[in-house]
Design a protein around this ligand. Structure first.
Ligand SMILES: [Zn+2]
Length: 300
């Protein structure tokens, strides 16, 4: 895929925000080449917030963007889906501050985009090619980016819970692997932490329909979609946060027990260090060596 792509037709859904609990209507619209993903608050005079690192706001349990005081919350699952299917340019309209959580995964967004179809545009996609390793460490959490010929992501987690423990998942984003292996993995949370998070003003929209709920010893709302659904969801979140590079990556990203704050921090730091990367476009020969995402509904 050496050319940028947009969505073929507008598509929409409604739902509630995971943290705000607010009802929201979301529409994905086609956009011209070079636009990237731009959020538009239809309830605030169509104010636009670009999905790029410089607009990252507070980041703790979800990734939020802010520009001139206008907030867009919990962006990571939709942005992850866009990267996963190779959707470069779109306007995403919202009539509230938080994206809908839907089923807690990226699958509903994949289904929407798939139903609408993708259209190839005339502009060549610009890639951010990683030139040298860059690593961050915070206690026992690490994240690093490394040179590679395609876009590969690896994640390790270690939760002291009988269903999780140590899990690692590595995936190359090519040949539909995102749609098959990552998109359906859902958000998860621990019942024990529910009240503390509610007290912090979080997860007001959480339910058994949009979140895998873990009890002290097991699962409150099984079955899991994958035995290692938890680490796959962390991969999903990481891909969504790395979308804030604003360009598709040619490189390998490896994270161990990181979180949204470290994901977005490394994007910002790498972008500030021009020795780490260069922008390239692919010619047909090079593209043949970089098998990419595909979506069956795509028509050129
Ligand atoms: Zn998530």
């Amino acid at each position: 895929m050496i050319y940028e792509r947009t969505i073929r037709n507008p598509v929409e859904c409604t739902g509630i925000g995971l943290h705000s609990g607010a009802n929201v209507r979301l529409r994905i619209l086609p956009a011209s080449p070079g636009t990237g993903i731009v959020f538009r608050r239809t309830d605030l005079d169509n104010f636009e917030v670009e999905a790029v690192s410089r607009n990252v706001a507070k980041v703790s349990y979800a990734t939020s963007l802010m520009k001139q005081g206008v907030l867009i919350s919990t962006t990571e699952h939709l942005l992850s889906a866009c990267v996963g299917v190779g959707l470069d340019n779109a306007v995403v309209e919202l009539d509230n501050l938080e994206l809908p959580i839907l089923d807690g995964s990226a699958q509903p967004f994949i289904d929407m985009i798939s139903a609408a179809g993708l259209r190839q545009q005339r502009r060549k996609r610009t890639y951010l090619k990683i030139l040298r390793p860059y690593e961050m460490r915070e206690g026992d959490k690490t994240i690093g980016v490394y040179p590679a010929d395609n876009y590969t992501v690896s994640y390790s987690i270690n939760f002291p819970h009988p269903l999780i423990g140590q899990e690692t998942f590595k995936v190359g984003l090519s040949n539909g692997s995102y749609v098959e292996q990552i998109a359906a993995a859902r958000t998860f949370g621990f019942l024990e932490q529910q009240q503390a998070m509610l007290n912090m003003g979080l997860i007001r929209g959480a339910s058994r329909e949009n979140c895998v709920v873990l009890t002290r010893h097991g699962l409150d709302n099984g079955p899991l979609r994958f035995p290692d659904e938890f680490v796959r969801h962390k991969v999903l979140d990481l891909i969504g946060d790395l979308a804030l590079f604003g360009k598709r990556i040619l490189g390998y990203v490896k994270a161990d027990r990181a979180g949204h704050a470290m994901h977005t921090a490394i994007v910002s730091r790498v972008l500030r260090d021009p020795s780490c990367w260069e922008e390239i476009t692919l010619d047909k020969f090079a593209a043949s060596r970089f098998p990419e995402e595909h979506l069956s509904a795509v028509a050129d």
